[in-house]
Write a protein that binds this ligand. Structure first.
Ligand code: NAP
Length: 291
């Protein structure tokens, strides 16, 4: 299987490279080699690489900045997937990661793949535009994988930024009224490979299991960090409401994705069932202490 992976320096792309199955020839290209918002570059690159699968891990992910740079976000997240869909042709499978931000997030029950979308931010609108471009412009097999709250042990993400702030003794005020599921980039990447191997199509949902707020996520990081000797003491963490912690972009209040359908289709493959987020968090943090 020959796989073209875009946005190779990003968090998910790095996890996909770490977890790539044996026998997979991965052509991983960063923005400097392939700018997905450039139609000409996309067409030329796909014609040269001739992949069986394209995983588009390239994205504009600056959620707050997107409010003032919507055109840029749309070029990368909206137009880019459309160019890849056209270039992929009939034989190549296109995998497009997407996000809980396509939902308004005002509900209180897990969001199924057919739940109505209604993004409340420029980033969410750009990602929904990308989903639609893939569904409408692909001539071959395609799959959209929505996920949420992704972190890993390297790069800049919620886990690494919390550890850094906690290590410096800063007292933290963390939003405690948004619900979602912290998801390890490696567990997501492994699930994506299983979906590719199982030739899943359409819209899929994948996160780790369980529910958290950003504040309970932070407290768990602190608890495990102390236990593993990464922190000297428990930092002071105060839960605050979204209205006290205003950001340019509106975030979904409820972003728990229902993975049942996706898991039903993966059961019996080498894919492990979704693991409780605390377990994967511990595993990721243990990996940091081994490093
Ligand atoms: N992180 C999360 O919590 C989360 C949650 C839900 C869904 N997702 C989705 O998961 C996917 C991967 O996200 P991530 O967390 O890995 O994001 P990330 O770490 O920001 O990685 C995105 C990568 O895309 C690259 N990129 C930006 N513009 C590009 C362009 N025009 N052409 C080619 N590459 C470009 C970036 O390069 P530069 O660094 O040079 O800009 C970066 O390496 C995205 O589709 C995102 O929407 C992420």
């Amino acid at each position: 299987m020959r796989v073209l992976l875009t946005g190779s320096g990003g968090q998910l792309a790095r996890a996909l490279q770490r977890t790539a199955p044996p026998g997979c020839t991965l052509v991983a290209l960063g923005r400097e080699r392939l700018d997905v918002s450039d139609r000409g570059e996309v067409v030329e690159c796909v014609a040269t690489v001739r992949p069986d699968v394209i995983i588009n891990a390239a994205a504009y992910t600056s959620v707050d900045l997107a409010e003032s740079e919507e055109a840029r976000a749309r070029a990368v997240n909206g137009a880019g997937p459309g160019y890849l869909a056209e270039a992929a042709g009939r034989a190549c499978r296109l995998v497009q990661p997407s996000t809980d931000y396509v939902f308004e997030g005002s509900g209180a029950t897990p969001l199924g793949t057919d739940a109505p979308t209604n993004p409340g931010s420029a980033y969410g609108r750009s990602k929904l535009e990308g989903e639609r471009a893939v569904a409408e412009r692909s001539n071959g097999p395609w799959m959209i994988v929505r996920t949420a709250w992704v972190y890993s042990g390297d790069g800049r993400n919620f886990l690494t930024s919390m550890l850094q702030q906690m290590g410096s003794g800063t007292s933290l005020r963390v939003v405690d009224d948004q619900l979602g599921t912290p998801t390890s980039a490696d567990s997501l990447a492994t699930a994506i490979w299983c979906m590719v191997e199982g030739e899943l199509g359409g819209i899929q949902h994948w996160t780790d299991d369980g529910t958290a707020t950003w504040c309970s996520f932070a407290r768990e990081i602190a608890r495990i960090g102390l236990e593993l000797g990464m922190l000297d003491s428990l930092p002071e963490i105060t839960g605050v409401s979204s209205s006290e912690r205003r950001t340019p972009a509106r975030r979904p209040g409820y972003a728990v994705l229902d993975k049942t359908e996706t898991w039903d289709r993966l059961e019996g493959t080498r894919c492990m069932p979704p693991v409780d987020w605390r377990e994967n968090l511990r595993r990721t943090m243990e990996g940091l202490t081994d490093a």
